[in-house]
Design a protein around this ligand. Sequence first.
Ligand code: ADP
Length: 270
Amino acid sequence: MRCDVLSNYTLGIDVGSTTSKCIILKNGADLVGKSLFPSGTGTTGPARALQAALEEAGLTKEQVVYSVATGYGRQAKGLADTDMSELSCHAMGAHFLCPDVHTVVDIGGQDIKVMRVEQGTLAFFQMNDKCAAGTGRFLEVMAKVLEVEVDKLGELSAKSEQAVQISSTCTVFAESEVISQLSKGASVYDIIAGIHKSVTSKVVGLVHRVGAQEPVMMTGGVSLNQGVLRALEEDLRCSVRTSELSQYAGAIGAALYGYKQAKNKGLIEA
Ligand code: ADP
């Protein structure tokens, strides 16, 4: 992706607990640069993500009219012109990816957000408590115990015949349950399917509090896990949309907010 002319570029950076994502939009509409680094707040990930997105767009930082940071590490000094709450950015980003979306389920490295979105604006939300149950971190811990890569969990769970029941949602207790199932000789595929069910059991409670109004969309890094996506569809009894850019929803929302801000400040033509 290269930019030929200089005009109206805004940048959104989402500094998460686990990954740093950066998006550059032209005219608040066309994606001209994106990057993702698997390290989040407090690391070199944000600076590297920023640089990589600028390089992909063929721009320098000075050519970006306005930048907005969001996510857990959004208030890091010098990162962007301003910062914006994660929830608002995720709602805007999901609306960009799926304009008629009503319910957004975002599962990231350490939190679960369920949002009701009305025409791109956040109307209501619920989040998990501080515990790691049902988050990307929970899946990472389980993948480690099973000695598989986290990005392989989805395809492995597709081979399951009968999901093993993991009754504890607490990461520490669930880890012991998985070890116990392994020692009893349960199939790894069935254990992973059980882990995915454990994730969605935590998520579904939040979805019902918000109200699962279709279309439902899943965003965040865990949306790349097809096993969790299928389990969520089964539990909600409806189809759940996603996008190849779902993990970038927060960064897209930040870049869109940057575009609105730049217009309000007269930095670009209204
Ligand atoms: P955050 O914004 O909190 O840093 P992300 O939304 O980037 O988190 O999600 C990170 C989580 O996404 C990881 O903990 C992991 O469980 C999951 N994940 C990341 N990449 C993949 C992948 N390729 N396949 C499946 N799951 C993934």
